[in-house]
Ligand binder design. Structure first.
Ligand code: SF4
Ligand code: SF4
Length: 160
């Protein structure tokens, strides 16, 4: 994955993509879900996340209590020690990673706590969930982080 050229392309298209996703909020939510879910499957069938890991390099999942307990157990730490070592509280008072890239990301782009990773990592970039019209502001932000999301939005634009 050429992340530099992805970033240039994402920035060049950001204004148009923001406007398009704003307009998409007013469309039939079920149709938008169907389009996203189909194109999500197509794009991820062609995407190798291990050549990218830009989400793990540049953004943080929110860690809820169950995420903290699961990850701490995998690392044989007490939940409180896991929080002290790896997390901070952000402006929304959520627990997030205290480093970027994520401390669990290896040089080979693999997650060292993959089986115990937070729910937000499992669900990223959320383009296969229901009621996608409710999260299109997040989807827009993810066009600037995730090459797969940028490609999905480009393909969905071509359908409209
Ligand atoms: S989900 Fe997106 S940003 Fe994360 S590794 Fe895969 S293509 Fe890259
Ligand atoms: S916990 Fe794993 S999947 Fe989640 S951001 Fe860190 S390296 Fe990526």
């Amino acid at each position: 994955m050429d992340l530099r050229s992805f970033s240039e392309k994402a920035t060049a298209r950001s204004t148009a993509n923001k406007k398009f996703l704003q307009q998409l909020k007013k469309k039939d939510g079920r149709k938008v879900d169907t389009q996203f879910h189909q194109i999500h499957e197509e794009v991820f069938a062609e995407t190798d996340c291990l050549t990218c890991a830009n989400c793990c390099k540049t953004t943080s999942p929110i860690f809820y209590q169950t995420d903290i307990e699961r990850a701490a157990k995998a690392l044989r730490l007490k939940p409180g020690d896991f929080v002290d070592r790896y997390l901070k509280v952000d402006a929304d008072k959520d627990y997030v990673l205290n480093t970027s890239p994520c401390a669990f990301l290896g040089n080979d782009n693999r997650c060292s706590i993959y089986e115990a990773r937070p729910k937000a990592c499992r669900e990223y970039p959320h383009t296969d969930r229901k009621k996608i019209t409710q999260i299109l502001d997040l989807t827009y932000k993810n066009t600037l982080v995730c090459p797969a999301v940028l490609e999905m939005v480009e393909r969905i634009k071509a359908l409209h």
